[in-house]
Every structure is written in structure tokens, then in C-alpha cells.
Design a protein around this ligand. Structure first.
Ligand code: CA
Length: 530
């Protein structure tokens, strides 16, 4: 746990008597801390790729600038290496709330219910004197707990004239119910958020989670953005039509790719595409991919336009109300997203486009303007960080670490240089096999074990081919050359396999619980890698 005394010193807050060894100074320090506790405004969208945020650079930055999200980074910090531990909506949200990996919070897949009786960060902040609220997309199935107020979308929610379930109404099916609001979802979420802020009890600091549905598929934009990108040709990523022959058998034939998307967009009858059909009948496969990419990106980026406008509304409110200095503002997404890279849309995979979460934060009292931070941080660390800002103790069973110091430019010397990833769904419908792996600053090692291990969220009998992949991210940042099996990397891979097993043991996700997996590992866990 972080030494709060040294943080107070570092943050420039004058605390008399900190060096005294009696209990009085500790109590006094706590009081000073509590009097200075910031509000926490946590804005999270759904499936927003770093490649679609202009402060992260990339080829879309001039086509779709995001000045309001960028403003948070300019006035605060941008994280370049923030990763999700399980790249899919419901599991990521459970990790963020609990500070625990999926196998410890019980939400492995989209199909697992969040146990609302377990500890979560909102409950701890509420108990610790914060006014807590959750507005927008929830997607954890069970009724939100730990919030003084909530008003959330049933299930995935609707883009136009959405329904919202408010605290006090009876919670029955998580996909059903609620009152209908007129308007575009991103605007309505912000309206409700601002209304809550306006009417909140002002005697306490607030912890406010504002979760947008956008830009989750099927990318239905606001009417006002309909003509955005008319006549514009969106540049393509180099791997839009990737030759997958370098891949292992574990991944080569799977995934939600652009050709699938072209097929979905072309449907005329039952599952008609909501933003209009893409007629691909006279196109060859390459033309279909290119056309689906243009439509996908334009629809997606139009959704981003509304998000950025609404982030601007929130920042303006904080400015107008004099709250900007006392509020830590965070903008992030529940995971990354493929924007045509590797010929994919969607998320789930351990490739960086899906693994990386955008994360920008502003808190002028501690974070210097225009800070760029490269520390390896994951969504397992979020809850601990909120508690640290609130000067509350971090429970021992949380598995991450607060990165409050990192944001302030004082990264602890023993900060991790690797992260563990695990996607648990072995679900035929999403076409992505289960896998786990380790990412360091330089390398990535992935094991596709391809077995359904769980009762929920897995398709019984969908067994995919096992395989290993290894990428050198320095030489190959876009992961276009799997070099597993190359002799010169044998020692490196062997070491990484040990490191991967060590992390699994440390966080309590050993494979021993699954005899079938152990059996498969005995065949495919080749220690020499050759
Ligand atoms: Ca998501």
C-alpha cells in the first residue's frame, strides 16, 4: 500500500508534524487528506479505440479530431500503456469495479452475472463518505450496488430514444424495463449526468461513473452527424487485408473479420443494417472488405463525434461551477477495438488494438499539464487508484495497485513491467477462441488453448486448434509477424513461459483446476519452443 505521508509531502500539501512518531500526526494527516479529497468523474465509453482519439496520434487524427478528450490530456496526463485484462464489455466492467481479475470476481464472460453482494469500489467510496452515482451503460446484469443513485441502460441499451432504469424502480430482467427518454443516447446520458451533478448533495465529494453506450456496434450515429465524412475516403490500416499465414493454427482461421462485417451489412431482410444496407453483390472479396471498412469507420467515427461533444459539455460544467480544480476527470473505454487492423472489427483478442485502453486524466493539484506516461497499467488497478485519491484503505484482496503516484510523475521503482491477459470465452458465435498470455514492454506471448472450460459463455464442443504466438513489439509494433518457433528466440520464449506461469500462480489463476487444460498443456507446452 502507498505511503500516504510521502505522497502528501510530494504533492506539496503542507502537513505540520508529519515527522512526529506519535499517533496524533497520523490522525492529523488523515484529516488534511480527507478535507482535500477530490471528486472523481469517471467517463467511460464502450469500445473506443486509442486509434480514434486524436491525442494518441494515428492516421485518423485529422479526419476525426477529438478536441475535448484531447483537452483532458493536454491539461493532465495521457497513458500510453494502459491495458485491459480481459477484452470484453461485461468482464472489463467487473474488473474495474472490484480491482480483481475475472477468475476472482466471477465475471469470466459476457454471460456471467456480477455478484452484487461482493465488495466493490463504489460501496467502499460510499462508506468512506463519497456521494456515488452510476449513469449510462451498466451491462453487469444484476442491479447496481454501492450507488446512492443510478440510472442505467437495460442490457446494451438503444442508441435512439433509449430506456433507462432508475434506482427505486423494480429490477427484474437486466435486458428489460425502464422509462423511455427522447433523444440520442450519448446526449441523454450526459443530460442525466449533468442533472445529477446539479442536484447532488454538495456536502460530500462525489464519485460519478458516466458510461456511454457509444461507440459500441452497430454504430448508430446522431442525425446531426449524418453528413460528416461525406466525400471523405478514410485511410486504410496496412493490415486491412492481412496475410494470416504467419499466424499459429490457434488464431489463423478465427475472428470477426471485415468480410463477415460486409456480409452483415449487406443483409436486406430480418437483420437489416440500422444505418443502411451496404450492397456488396457485385464486389469481389477485396472490394467487399474495402467497402465495409469505409462504412464501418464512418459510422463509428460519427458516434465518436457525439462522445467528444458531450465530454466537452461535462468539462464546461466543471469550469462553470468552479469544480475543475477539485475534480479528477478520467476518460477511458472498457477496452480497445479493431478498426480494420488484422482485417478485424470487434475486440476480444490480445493484439494491442484490442488490449490497449485509452486513458486520459486531469487533476491540476497533482498532475502536471501534458504529461505522457508509459507505465504498464491495467484496469485491475483502477479501483485501487480511486480509493487512494479518496484517502481510503485498499482492501488486501484487491489485486492491482494504485497508480496515483504514476500520474503525478512519481512512478514507484518496483512498478510491474508485464501484464497478464486472459480471454475466457470459447464461444463459436463470436468466432474468437479462448487464450491467455503475457505482455512485457518488448514482447508478447500468447497461448490459444482452444477449449471450452466453463459452463457459461462457452460453446460446448467448440474445440479450436491450440497454438502459440510470439511477437517482438519493438521490431513489429503492429504484430504482423509471429516469430514463435524461431531458434534465436528460444531462450527468450522459455523465460517468458516461466514468467507467465509465475504470474498465473501469483494471481491465483493456475491451470490445475482444469484437468483437460493440463492435458492439453502437457502436449503443447513445449519448453524449447522449437
Ligand atoms: Ca465494450
Amino acid at each position: 500500500m502507498i505511503n500516504r505521508r510521502s505522497f502528501l509531502k510530494g504533492s506539496g500539501i503542507a502537513v505540520v508534524g508529519l515527522t512526529a512518531i506519535n499517533g496524533f500526526s497520523e490522525v492529523f494527516a488523515r484529516r488534511v487528506e480527507k478535507a482535500n479529497r477530490p471528486n472523481i468523474l469517471y467517463i467511460m465509453s464502450d469500445d473506443h479505440a486509442t486509434n480514434a482519439i486524436s491525442c494518441y496520434g494515428g492516421m485518423l487524427k485529422d479526419i476525426m479530431p477529438t478536441p475535448n478528450i484531447d483537452r483532458i490530456a493536454q491539461e493532465g496526463v495521457r497513458l500510453n500503456s494502459c491495458f485491459v485484462s480481459n477484452s470484453i464489455c461485461t468482464p472489463s466492467r467487473a474488473v474495474i469495479l472490484t480491482g480483481k481479475h475475472s477468475h476472482n470476481n466471477g465475471v469470466y464472460t459476457l454471460h456471467h452475472d456480477f455478484d452484487r453482494n461482493q465488495q466493490n469500489v463504489a460501496k467502499l467510496l460510499q462508506k468512506g463518505g463519497y456521494n456515488t452515482a452510476m449513469i449510462g451503460k451498466w451491462h453487469l446484469h444484476t442491479e447496481p450496488s454501492g450507488f446512492d443513485y443510478y440510472n442505467v441502460l437495460p442490457g446494451q441499451g438503444k442508441y435512439h430514444d433509449p430506456f433507462f432504469k432508475e434506482k427505486g424502480d423494480t429490477w427484474v430482467d437486466h435486458n428489460e424495463g425502464g422509462k423511455q427518454y427522447e433523444g440520442y443516447c450519448t446526449d441523454v446520458v450526459t443530460d442525466i449526468t449533468l442533472e445529477w451533478l446539479e442536484n447532488r448533495k454538495k456536502d460530500k465529494p462525489f464519485f460519478l461513473m458516466c458510461h456511454h453506450k457509444a461507440p459500441h456496434g452497430l454504430w448508430e450515429y446522431a442525425k446531426r452527424h449524418e453528413n460528416l465524412f461525406d466525400g471523405v475516403v478514410i485511410p486504410e490500416p496496412e493490415s486491412l487485408q492481412e496475410d494470416l499465414s504467419h499466424r499459429s493454427e490457434g488464431s489463423r482461421e478465427y475472428g470477426r473479420n471485415m468480410l463477415n462485417l460486409a456480409g452483415r451489412m449487406n443483409v436486406t431482410e430480418k437483420k437489416k443494417w440500422p444505418t443502411g444496407r451496404l450492397d456488396t453483390t457485385k464486389m469481389d472479396d477485396s472490394q467487399k472488405i474495402k467497402a465495409a471498412y469505409q462504412k464501418y469507420l464512418k459510422d463509428y467515427l460519427r458516434c465518436i463525434a457525439a462522445i467528444d461533444e458531450n465530454v466537452g459539455r461535462m468539462l464546461k460544467y466543471l469550469d462553470d461551477e468552479g469544480l475543475a480544480d477539485d475534480t479528477i476527470v478520467i476518460y477511458t473505454s472498457d477496452q480497445g477495438m479493431f478498426l480494420g487492423e488484422h482485417s478485424l472489427y470487434d475486440k476480444r483478442w490480445m493484439f494491442d488494438e484490442s488490449l490497449k485502453m485509452p486513458f486520459v486524466a486531469r487533476y491540476p493539484k497533482e498532475i502536471k499539464q501534458a504529461t505522457v506516461n508509459d507505465d504498464m497499467i491495467t484496469n485491475v488497478d483502477f479501483a485501487e487508484t480511486f480509493l487512494d485519491y479518496a484517502s481510503l484503505d485498499i482492501p488486501k484482496d484487491m489485486q492491482g495497485r494504485s497508480f496515483r503516484w504514476n500520474l503525478a510523475g512519481k512512478t514507484p521503482s518496483n512498478w510491474p513491467n508485464d501484464m497478464y491477459y486472459r480471454y475466457w470465452m470459447q464461444f463459436e458465435g463470436s468466432k474468437v477462441p479462448a487464450h491467455y498470455g503475457i505482455r512485457t514492454r518488448r514482447y508478447k506471448l500468447i497461448f490459444y488453448y482452444g477449449l471450452p472450460l466453463l459452463d457459461k459463455g462457452n460453446t460446448a464442443g467448440w474445440v479450436t486448434k491450440p497454438g502459440w504466438e510470439f511477437y517482438d513489439l519493438k521490431k513489429d509494433p503492429h504484430e504482423l509477424k509471429n516469430i514463435y518457433g524461431q531458434k534465436k528466440y528460444a531462450t527468450k520464449i522459455k523465460r517468458l513461459k516461466k514468467r507467465l506461469l509465475n504470474i498465473k500462480d501469483r494471481i491465483g489463476d493456475g491451470d490445475e483446476k482444469y484437468p483437460k487444460l493440463m492435458e492439453l498443456r502437457a502436449k503443447h507446452w513445449d519448453w524449447t519452443s522449437n
